[in-house]
Design a protein around this ligand. Structure first.
Ligand code: HEC
Length: 243
């Protein structure tokens, strides 16, 4: 990954600004790498600022420019990645209850297609339906999928669609078994991108470290409201069985 390769040495793999070279940098250069994660930099500066710094560096500091080494597209990818990282950090505050009138975090959008022939983009649900995104492991999540199946009519009556997203690739037989259980769309294309971006939203208050113990999660669910905001999250491992 671009960030791991070019930035993590100074900014740390999670963007917290304490990468391996950070100690040497702060003694030799008087400027320590910026904490791109917990400080609201991504909120305070425009994407244009970020792109400029990334291309030309920040004069008088240890922040190098990458115009010569990374393509324009790669630099924009990095800007987007930094934003996702810090939004993901805000997501640690998400709980399993919707806080009324508090849409704080935008859901990462994605394109997908599902086993039942449905597909499109998360954006297609805007102003139409809420979406319950279910990131699941197979067969570990079987019981939960059964629960969702039993509640599916009720959930739909609440103007909500379920999208089930496997967190690893499934073979055809597994998919058949799951489809037996799941009357809702199971994503067959786009799942790994979805997993990778929502993975950044897995921090919880008690374990704010992305690489912390227990942070490899088998099952997470997210509610995106009709306006495209992430409103609630349920992390099976930390919040007990059943939402
Ligand atoms: C050689 C060490 C080093 C490397 C490699 C590096 N940075 Fe930096 N970066 C810094 C330092 C030091 C600063 C703080 C500059 C200052 O004091 O304003 C900084 C600042 C930044 C800022 C400004 C944040 C703000 O809001 O002020 C951004 C954005 C940034 N780096 C992104 C990146 C990205 C993306 C990469 C990889 C392509 C990267 N950096 C690679 C050392 C580095």
């Amino acid at each position: 990954m671009l960030f791991a390769e070019h930035c993590a040495g100074c900014h740390d793999p999670q963007g917290k600004g304490n990468g391996e070279q950070a100690d040497t940098l702060s003694t030799t250069l008087s400027t320590a790498p910026t904490d791109l994660l917990t400080e609201p930099h991504t909120a305070r500066h425009t994407v244009g600022n970020f792109f400029h710094w990334l291309s030309h560096g920040i004069p008088g500091t240890g922040m190098p420019g990458f115009a010569a080494t990374l393509s324009e597209e790669e630099r924009w990818d990095l800007v987007n990645y930094l934003h996702a990282l810090s939004r993901g950090f805000d997501a640690r505050l998400l709980g399993s209850m919707i806080v009324p009138e508090n849409p704080a975090v935008a859901s990462p959008v994605f394109a997908y297609s599902a086993q039942d022939g449905s597909g499109g983009n998360l954006k297609d649900f805007r102003l139409q339906k809420n979406v319950l995104l279910v990131l699941f492991s197979w067969p570990q999540s079987q019981q939960r999928l059964n629960q969702l199946k039993a509640a599916y009519d009720e959930i739909r009556a609440l103007n909500t669609e379920i999208l089930a997203v496997p967190i690893r690739s499934l073979d055809e037989q597994e998919l058949l078994k799951i489809t037996d259980t799941a009357p809702f769309p199971v994503v067959t294309e786009g799942w790994s991108e979805i997993k990778n971006s929502y993975w950044l939203y897995r921090r919880v208050r008690t374990v704010p470290d992305l690489m912390g113990k227990g942070m490899f999660l088998g099952h997470m669910e997210f509610i995106t409201d009709r306006f495209g905001y992430l409103r609630a999250r349920w992390v099976a491992q930390f919040e007990g069985y059943g939402w």
